[in-house]
Design a protein around this ligand. Structure first.
Ligand SMILES: Cc1cc2nc3c(=O)[nH]c(=O)nc-3n(C[C@H](O)[C@H](O)[C@H](O)COP(=O)(O)OP(=O)(O)OC[C@H]3O[C@@H](n4cnc5c(N)ncnc54)[C@H](O)[C@@H]3O)c2cc1C
Length: 393
């Protein structure tokens, strides 16, 4: 045995590093193992870093709210600026026929205690002159925000490291050894680490780690593609703007698969975030393409065309980068899996955050640290238990 840790975290993404930080804060000796040569090589470095609270439904909403609460002071807490900004969000439509759905969205969100207001097209353009003439209505919410996902990932790692966490980079977990009902060690391509707990935070690769302990974790990669533009002056009112179609493409897989519109079948619905540098990220799409992170011209074309309808000024800007990332998507119900198993009883799963992992990273780390050190959690995570997949295992 080369090394010993209280907890081995598999995966140096935003979830693994948040888990490491909250555990280290409780005095736990953690080793994070990451197969790439640095952090943020998975989905955590290929996303838009946004949290539009109005997009969340229960039970995830119960996690999103406290996570956003943590974000407000996170930079101060960890001593690392994660560029969190309380920008709010606007979900808007270019389709007159979506108007009744937007009214329903407003009623539903108000019932869930989210402060939203429906604003008509001309008033929207008065408030935000960059919005196009096609935009008929929008729903504003002021609690959400944006953050720099790389800085969140590295910030958690920085704070965890200061508290004694070790990061083993360029090491791939190859095998997990157990003694009856308990894991005893994690084997990488370079060493063997004895441990009391293993946290599987391997994102879209989590099912591969599951196989090492003989369980089937129903998570697969759901690709998303993004365009990054050159810098533009900062928008006056909204810097996080979403196409109302997003409510379908992100949350209703059956409707996406049934749709006759090829754009919807590729999961393309606009999500536009303007960073504080002025660059826009134009996302995003949702499809299943195994582990490829290639961008495809058809999807990029749909993204660009759609964006120009919402904000015509984007028509004439240059794109400086295109990229794709792999969301860890639970194909049974789309919900995260936050759970400690009965067998092996020291195996913990923290994955399946799909398109919401940046938002949910702080609360996930906090709750997983409680699950390991206190056995119960300050917020119920029953809805995210692994036991919900009874037929699979
Ligand atoms: C296009 C796109 C846009 C998004 N936009 C948003 C957004 O606006 N807001 C939001 O909240 N979320 C967003 N997300 C979702 C968010 O990015 C993910 O939910 C989150 O990053 C998942 O983090 P993770 O740590 O679980 O996974 P990852 O970041 O993928 O980390 C998993 C890590 O595990 C490592 N690993 C895997 N197998 C092994 C092994 N055997 N040994 C060692 N290491 C291993 C991988 O190399 C990887 O670094 C978006 C995602 C995409 C793709």
């Amino acid at each position: 045995m080369n090394r010993i840790a209280d907890v081995v975290v598999v995966g140096g993404g935003i979830i693994g590093c948040s888990v490491a930080y909250y555990l280290a804060k409780k005095g736990v000796k953690v080793i994070v193992i990451e197969k790439k040569k640095g952090l943020s090589f998975g989905a955590s470095g290929a996303n838009q870093g946004g949290c539009a609270l109005q997009l969340f439904h229960p039970p995830i909403l119960e996690l999103a709210r406290p996570s956003l609460e943590i974000y407000r002071n996170l930079s101060q807490e960890i001593g690392y600026d994660v560029d969190y900004e309380n920008t709010g969000s606007l979900v808007c439509s270019v389709d007159e026929e979506q108007y009744p759905d937007m009214q329903k969205h407003v009623e539903k969100k108000r019932r869930q205690g989210i402060n939203v207001q429906l604003i008509e097209g001309d008033r929207l353009r008065e408030l935000e002159p960059t919005l196009g003439g096609d935009v008929v209505a929008g729903v504003e919410e002021q609690e959400g925000g944006i953050m720099n996902p790389f800085k969140v990932n590295y910030g958690f790692a920085y704070a965890a490291r200061k508290l004694g966490t070790e990061f083993f980079l360029s090491r791939e977990v190859k095998k997990i050894e157990r003694d009856k009902n308990r894991i005893t060690s994690v084997v990488t391509d370079r060493e063997k680490i004895g441990t009391n707990f293993v946290v599987n935070a391997a994102g879209a690769w989590a099912s591969q780690i599951g196989k090492m302990v003989g369980i089937s974790i129903p998570v697969r990669p759901r690709r998303g593609q993004i365009i990054v533009t050159e810098r533009l002056p900062l928008n006056k009112r909204w810097r996080y703007i979403l196409d109302a179609d997003y409510l379908t493409t992100a949350f209703d897989l059956a409707a996406v698969e049934k749709s006759e519109d090829p754009r919807i079948r590729l999961g393309v619905a606009g999500s536009y975030v303007q960073e504080n540098t002025g660059n826009w990220t134009i996302g995003s799409s949702r499809d299943f393409a195994d582990y490829t992170t290639r961008v495809t011209m058809q999807t990029i074309r749909y993204l660009a065309k759609r964006a120009a309808r919402f904000m015509p000024k984007l028509k004439s800007v240059n794109s400086i980068r295109l990229f794709a990332g792999l969301r860890p998507f639970c194909y049974v119900d789309g919900l995260p899996i936050l759970s400690r198993l009965n067998s092996p009883r020291n195996f913990v799963i923290a994955t399946g955050h799909a398109g919401e992992g940046v938002t949910l990273a702080p609360i996930t780390g906090k709750l997983i640290s409680e699950l390991i050190t206190e056995k119960t959690t300050s917020i119920s995570i029953d809805a995210f238990a692994f036991s919900r997949f009874k037929g699979l295992n």
